[in-house]
Write a protein that binds this ligand. Structure first.
Ligand SMILES: Cc1ncc(COP(=O)(O)O)c(C=O)c1O
Length: 415
């Protein structure tokens, strides 16, 4: 029996994992060019680097247009506004995701309708979507979560059959491909975040992809204070936009990052597979979420691992994770909580009358909202490992697996 580091034993690992975000002379060169240009902002829109970046990003993902934007939250609000979402319209979102996937609907006075995720990959469950559709449903927002891609075959078919807009939340999935098609190119819109934790980043930032020219024009207008500039002639009237442009300094960094995306995606995918095989070979009761065989390029943002406490003498995931952290390997358990259990989605407020209309006095009290797979993931099962762990060496992976093995072999100390 070896003493766990949690109780004063020697940790498996004391050296840090790969630093991130990664950058090199590419970022320096583009940043320098942006500085020298003295055109630091994003106006006139799109500014030169923004136009170049938007095209490169869209080409990489197989979409016609890529529109740089302030972040990966407002991208989804803009997509909803561009389709003319109206107060009281319903937007179906997975319960197990980041708040922005649902708050975009609330911020447009629409109503987020939470549905469960599939147990195999924690992505939006198409059967649950189908069951949640009402005459008020306008849009669905699947999230390509962790290292997975939502079942786009079924979701696209459902959207088409019910005449719904589909917005792919690709905040985790830069570079991912489903049956050879890039994420963000299959739905009406793709929404990407370039915030600092993401697979490619400019500190803050986002991209909206679309292959529809009218969608592009409306989104451009909404991002650019509602300006209706030359070429913006295919829709009537002026839109209530705001300034959601990225600055050229941000875009400079994003441009360098997108040029590295193919190589980085391929390395992370290989490391993700290797880690999964090593972990499954050596540790019982933990399972890296399945990669659907229809995923033709995996974007490994987070390695999501399912934990079965029965294989750990009933020790709860969170206790296991604190022992793992003491061994020098930090994973997150409460990465996401089911959104309907977060207070801000409780409708006991006069701020969002449409939510009150849908949910009465509070989502928390609404017995109809129950997503058991999301709950199990959030409270008991899911363990999230961030991608920098996959961006280093095989020795990093060996250390992580060794920490799992050590804690499992000595799990009685945690009881
Ligand atoms: C699934 C998901 N959607 C949307 C966002 C929002 O992106 P941003 O932080 O760029 O606004 C995030 C960011 O963490 C996310 O994880």
């Amino acid at each position: 029996m070896e003493k766990l580091a949690l109780f004063g034993g020697t940790p498996v690992r004391t050296t840090p994992f790969s630093p991130w975000p990664y950058f090199d002379d590419k970022e320096r060169a583009y940043l320098n060019a942006a500085l020298e240009s003295r055109n630091w902002g994003g106006y006139p829109f799109p500014s030169p680097l923004a136009a170049e970046f938007g095209k490169k990003f869209a080409d990489f993902h197989g979409a016609k247009f890529g529109i740089p934007c302030a972040n990966g939250s407002v991208t989804m609000e803009i997509a909803l506004q561009a389709i003319g979402i109206e107060a009281g319209d319903e937007v179906i979102v997975p319960a197990y995701t980041f708040m922005a996937t649902a708050s975009c609907a609330v911020r447009c006075n629409a109503v987020p309708v939470f549905v469960d995720v599939e147990a195999r990959n924690y992505c939006m469950d198409p059967a649950a979507v189908e069951a949640a559709i009402t005459p008020k449903t306008r849009a669905i927002i699947p999230v390509h979560l962790g290292a997975s891609i939502a079942d786009m075959d079924r979701l696209l078919e459902i959207a088409k059959r019910h005449n719904l807009v589909l917005i792919e939340d690709c905040a985790h999935a830069h570079g991912g491909e489903w049956r050879g098609k890039g994420v963000g190119s299959m739905g009406d819109f793709g929404s990407f975040s370039l915030q600092s934790s993401k697979l490619m980043t400019s500190g803050e930032g986002g991209v909206l992809t679309t292959s529809d020219d009218i969608n592009r024009q409306k989104a451009m207008s909404l991002i650019n204070c509602g300006r209706k500039e030359e070429g913006y002639d295919s829709f009537e009237g002026q839109l209530f936009g705001a300034n959601y442009r990225m600055s050229e300094l941000q875009v400079a960094v994003a441009l360098a990052q997108v040029e590295r995306l193919e190589e980085a995606t391929s390395k992370r995918a290989k490391m993700h597979d290797l880690f999964r095989d090593m972990l499954h070979g050596q540790v019982q009761g933990v399972h890296v979420l399945d990669t659907d065989p229809r995923v033709t390029r995996k974007a490994a943002y987070q390695t999501v691992i399912k934990y079965d406490s029965a294989a750990f003498h009933g020790v709860h995931r969170d206790r296991f994770l604190s022992a793992l952290e003491a061994e020098g390997v930090e994973l997150s358990g409460h990465f996401y909580t089911p959104l309907y259990s977060i207070d801000i989605f409780n409708a006991r407020t006069a701020q969002w009358p449409m939510l009150r209309e849908r949910y009465g006095d509070g989502i928390l009290d609404n017995p109809a909202v129950s997503c058991p797979v999301s709950e199990a993931a959030a409270w008991d099962e899911a363990m999230w490992m961030h991608y920098p762990h996959l961006s280093g060496t095989v020795k990093d992976l060996e250390d992580i697996v060794a920490a799992f093995v050590k804690v499992q072999q000595n799990v009685d100390q945690l009881r």
